[in-house]
Design a protein around this ligand. Sequence first.
Ligand SMILES: [Zn+2]
Length: 297
Amino acid sequence: MGASVVNGLSVDVEDWFQVGAFEDVIERDQWAGLDDRVERNVHAILDLFDAANASATFFTLGWVAERHAPLLRAIADRGHEIASHGWDHERVFRMDRASFAADIERTRKTIEDCCGRRVIGYRAPSFSIDQRTPWAFDELAAQGYLYSSSVAPVAHDHYGWAEAPRFAFNPLPWHDLVELPVTTAEFRGRRLAAGGGGFFRVLPYAFSRWAIRQVNRTEGRPAIFYFHPWEIDPGQPRVSGAPIRSRLRHYTNLGKMAGKLRQLIEEFAWGRIDVIAHHEAARLAAERAVGLPARRA
Ligand SMILES: [Zn+2]
């Protein structure tokens, strides 16, 4: 459709029982006994992407990678990037620096062993890198990660770092690591979450179209969009006992999601997040070279 900006498309690969909204109801030691639906859902997503000729990044839990090595190889063989979503969806601000370092190392090594490709990208569970975790970017860079897409620069009840930049930035003075925050749109001076997840599923498609056009055309920047395999799965088991608000958010419009995604993917241009990160890193370096020559000395 003549779209000139390539946007970042991503899937956070976790199963229906691993979401933050249900963490108080389903313990981690129950996971292994629950209905494993991630494999069939990811295959449906791969077919959807193939039909639209779109490539994407799959931020995958180490817990899932360890149990689904053939699935990871299928994702990689079909031209997509596999990156890290942490081991078992523990939020970064609930870990200390040492346990975070161990988590991202274990996840990276497990994924690399599964699919034989280097992992250079990380997405924090529930966008949980914020002002409480000043050591997180240092640990990512020290471990060889080149980019992160872990910040939601918006105020939200479960997550958010409202003061963070809305677009790609270098969080470290000593390293070129790039952070690509999930997309927000600005409306009358307010930031609105517009990068996917529950917002995309619950709000009318027209909102996402407006927001991504705004970011692409008015601001000239790529959007960073995400969703989850369980969001296209209306047949998933229902979790009782979770707060009504969590259940509403989780189960609304599951049956419409695949069609909505198809529309989104066809209407805009999409690519892997590592490719977007590479372009944004070059752009940031060029800006620094022009604006702040002293920093290069
Ligand atoms: Zn997640």
